[in-house]
Design a binder for this molecule. Sequence first.
Ligand code: COA
Length: 259
Amino acid sequence: MYNNLTVNLEEQVTIITINRPKKLNALNQDTIQELHEAFKTADTDDNTKVIIVTGSGEKAFVAGADISEFANYSVEKGMHLAANGQKLLFDFVENLSTPVIAAINGFALGGGLELAMACHFRVASNTAKMGLPEVSLGVIPGYGGTQRLTQLVGKGRALELIMTASMIDANKALSYGLVNHVVPQEELLELCKTLAAKITKNSTVAISAAIKAVNANFKTGVNGYHTEITKFGNCFGTEDFKEGTTAFLEKRKAEFPGR
Ligand code: COA
């Protein structure tokens, strides 16, 4: 169904694997469009409660936007590339109702790190290497990297990484708070699936509200405390809330209907 991706659903978790290993899974326009479709399909699928995104092969998560595609672009085309990519993939993923975990299995550079940073959280293999090397090509990160790296690691670290165009290893990324866990390559997907399994036991409607409330912290002109109050209140009208509180009082495990 997809040329550049594989998609598997098991135990309420959809795993999207970017599959252009010969190009280190670089994000060309086709792949960005396919990722948009795959994320949209998984987000609207009632059987999917968590999405994991990873790269095929042992070498790369994603080695960046496909440089061969934009090398001859004009100013206007460059602007369109960034705007369209942000809308179709990076902002889209960040604002999904379904939790998205990035399983960083190797190089996550440029657009690759930007994709990982648009996910709700990140787990890395101990072989992973991360960076935003765009200034070494005479350009800056255009898929949200200047904003999300700054949010995740702070201004000084973000500017050092961007200005030096250097890569950091998984343990440094862990110490920066850029990734939540570092594990050997062969344990990467297992850990992501274990974390996903914990998430699937909880209320999907409450999780979706939590994503929106946390994201509100980073939206200009939006008061995140107000978003939290509204979302918190809305939870009281859901079947999941009735089930969650009733199950607690009846001393049994909740079976959330997801409504
Ligand atoms: N865009 C297009 N093609 C890419 C790519 C990218 N971002 N990253 C890797 N590739 C391609 C290479 O051109 C090469 O293709 P070829 O075999 O047809 O020549 C193939 O993937 C393998 O990459 P190669 O560079 O030979 O592997 P390496 O192990 O020597 O180096 C990297 C790995 C990641 C250090 C190196 O590929 C690299 O620096 N990539 C670009 C990273 C970057 O600047 N990303 C930001 C883009 S904005």
